[in-house]
Design a protein around this ligand. Structure first.
Ligand code: NCD
Length: 313
């Protein structure tokens, strides 16, 4: 049972628990009214120490659509953090007011630390260049609903695989399903971290290759996951400027792709998918953003224990 748990890493939930989250998400999509007051009287705190549009707003929209309420900050300068308050103290205090926390922080491991000091569930909404498990729930629900299942796919991950936390979480999550193959497409400087390669891919004997050109392999892909070069994690502007135009998905490249390949992107996009692609039926990134809200609704219900699955009653 997920009641009272935190979600810090995509591996925190078992495959069965994930399946129940997706089932509930789809029931919410089909019967939104049934859930519109289920969180009455509950409060979600959104603590965002780093900028966000989609993640924060989708958490807030999720809680409001469940009949709950939200409070929090999206600018650390307006909170006591700017006075030097420790993360542990902020979390303990918020635990006195709210029922559940969604937090984003620039430091890797911050959400984990927060969860050890918290009396209420903590959801990691991104910790530095590390993990982003609710984006992964979003990505998985999109794959499930559009491709039908999580197995036997060739998945291309393209762009900033070094700093892109959504990539790290998605590789972890998809590595638990049968017969997936990864094509990691990045410039030399933005390759996926060794710990993902060694501890996830190699350890589990998962087939993967690293390449630097998208057009060479696009015809093999079932799923193409594009990412933004993570400007905020670069130490110098010059490197960012040099690397940001590495990949631009355009009509010419898409002509080589399979007819049923899907394009995902956690968003925001900068220039890595040209706007002309948006009308291509294979472009699924805005659908993906919508699935993100529903999966967060399901997650909040589960962690608060307001929705208990039949098998646990
Ligand atoms: C991602 C993030 O914050 O890591 N965005 C998101 O949550 N949808 C990806 C990004 O910022 O590039």
């Amino acid at each position: 049972m997920l009641k009272g748990k935190s979600l810090i890493d995509p591996m925190d939930f078992t495959l069965e628990e994930l399946e129940l989250v997706f089932e509930l998400s789809n029931d919410i999509i089909e019967n939104p009214k049934k859930y519109s007051t289920i969180c009455n009287g509950k409060l979600l705190a959104t603590l965002f120490y780093e900028p966000s549009t989609r993640t924060r707003l989708s958490f807030e929209a999720a809680m409001l659509r469940l009949g709950g309420e939200v409070l929090g900050f999206s600018d650390v300068n307006s909170s006591s953090v700017s006075k030097g308050e420790s993360l542990a103290d902020t979390i303990r205090t918020v635990g006195c007011y709210a029922d559940i926390i969604a937090m984003r922080h620039p430091k890797e491991g911050a959400a984990k630390v927060a969860s050890t000091h918290s009396s209420i569930p903590v959801i990691n909404a991104g910790d530095g260049g590390h993990q982003h498990p609710t984006q992964t729930l979003t990505d998985l629900l999109t794959i499930k609903n559009i491709k039908g299942n999580f197995s036997n796919h060739t998945i291309g991950l393209c762009g900033d695989l070094k700093f892109g936390r959504t990539v790290h979480s998605l590789v972890k999550a998809l590595s638990r399903y049968e017969n997936n193959r990864f094509i990691l497409i990045s410039p030399e400087e933005l390759k996926i971290p060794d710990y993902i390669k060694q501890e996830i891919l190699e350890k589990n004997n998962i087939e993967f290759i690293e390449v630097d050109r998208l057009e060479k392999i696009i015809d093999e892909l079932d799923i193409l996951y594009m990412t933004r070069v993570q400007k905020e994690r670069f130490f110098n502007e010059e490197d960012y400027v040099r690397l940001k135009g590495s990949y631009i998905l355009n009509e010419e490249k898409m002509r080589k792709a399979k007819q049923d390949m899907i394009i995902l992107h956690p968003l925001p996009r900068v220039n890595e998918i040209s706007n002309e692609i948006d009308k291509d039926p294979r472009a699924c990134y805005f659908k993906q953003a919508r699935f993100g809200m529903f999966v967060r609704m399901a997650l909040i219900c589960k962690l608060l224990g307001v929705w208990v699955d039949v098998e646990y009653r």
